[in-house]
Design a protein around this ligand. Structure first.
Ligand SMILES: [Zn+2]
Length: 335
């Protein structure tokens, strides 16, 4: 009896010791975290979420080791019809920086911006860039009916702006500056490093533009004929090339027989040496055109998104554009 009473007396003491131990261990766990935050010796990486590959690549080049950059699009996914999942929206809400291409490319962004916490810096990469009209696609040369058709099409697409601004490298440079300014506003980056990274990347884009300008200035064929959607309007405009495609500004799974016939007709009329295909789709239309005309198929990659294999091999925007230049040189008979 005495022993059990003694035991009862000890129970509150034992419980007290357990409680004190728990409180102490909790404090011990949280203390180092508090120290990390206050000393900011090893700050957490800045979380940057991007929508398209060119923006992803720019952010990676600028943020380097300080950024945890991700691409919202899964590898290989076509971006024009992309809609974010609830999980994607959570990813954006938890980001430090969210970079999107613009309202033309991602109309869904306007709906979610209001739902984002004020901690998320939202960057419209097309800021300070003049988008070109997207209706310059010429279906046919000559013919009264075709002229009427073009006119009708122009009216229909009066307000359609071309979202593919990154295919004029001076725009890519403007977007690089916009992204750099947004990162600088976070005060997380070492400003000297950020400035150096920005300058280096802009230099690479300027060199790329110079190589394009030199090479494309010498082409004997001056019409890019592409079985795909109208992606390279900026590039064609910049380097004074004509551009004919099967589809308009976003991919269409079923281009019309007339659009395909128009491509064949253009290849024959311009004595074109190649039909260009586009990335991330089966080149069925390009094959049809190639079979019909006997010209080879060459890839012209708009760099909207990349494949899993390209992710794993660290493909960059610059390397994609260098491959494009090789194919343009070959397909347009340039020096
Ligand atoms: Zn596109």
């Amino acid at each position: 009896m005495k022993k059990s009473r003694l035991l009862l007396l000890f129970i509150p003491i034992i419980l007290g010791i357990i409680a004190v131990t728990l409180v102490l261990s909790e404090n011990r766990q949280s203390t180092p975290q508090n120290n990390d935050a206050s000393e900011s010796v090893t700050p957490e990486k800045v979380t940057i979420v991007t929508t398209l590959f060119p923006l992803y690549d720019i952010a990676k080049q600028l943020a380097a080791d300080t950024g945890d950059v991700s691409l919202l699009l899964p590898p290989g996914v076509e971006p024009h019809s992309f809609e974010p999942t609830p999980k994607d929206i959570t990813t954006i809400q938890n980001a430090d920086v969210f970079i999107y291409t613009g309202n033309e490319m991602e109309p869904w962004v306007a709906d979610i911006v209001a739902t984002l916490p004020s901690s998320v810096i939202v960057v419209d990469a097309s800021k300070n860039i003049t988008l070109i009209e997207g209706e310059e696609h010429s279906h046919d040369h000559g013919g009264k009916d075709d002229h009427a058709h073009d006119k009708e099409e122009k009216n229909h697409e009066d307000h359609t702006l071309d979202p593919h601004f990154w295919l004029d490298f001076s725009n890519t440079i403007t977007a690089t500056n916009t992204i750099s300014e947004a990162l600088a506003s976070l005060n997380t980056f070492d400003n000297t490093t950020l400035t150096t990274n920005t300058t280096n990347y802009i230099q690479q884009l300027q060199n790329l533009d110079a190589r394009y300008s030199t090479t494309l200035g010498t082409c004997k064929n001056r019409t890019i004929v592409q079985a795909g959607h109208r992606t390279f309007g900026y590039l064609a405009k910049k380097y004074n090339l004509e551009y004919v495609t099967t589809e308009e500004l976003s991919p269409n799974s079923e281009p019309s027989a007339q659009d395909i016939a128009n491509l064949v007709k253009t290849i024959r009329a311009e004595n074109a040496q190649a039909v260009f295909s586009e990335e991330l789709i089966e080149p069925r239309i390009a094959e049809t055109v190639s079979n019909e005309t006997g010209v080879p198929i060459l890839m012209l990659n708009g760099a909207h998104n990349i494949t899993q294999a390209q992710f794993e091999s660290n493909t960059s925007f610059i390397t994609i554009m260098e491959d494009n230049l090789k194919n343009l040189r070959s397909g347009l008979s340039c020096d």
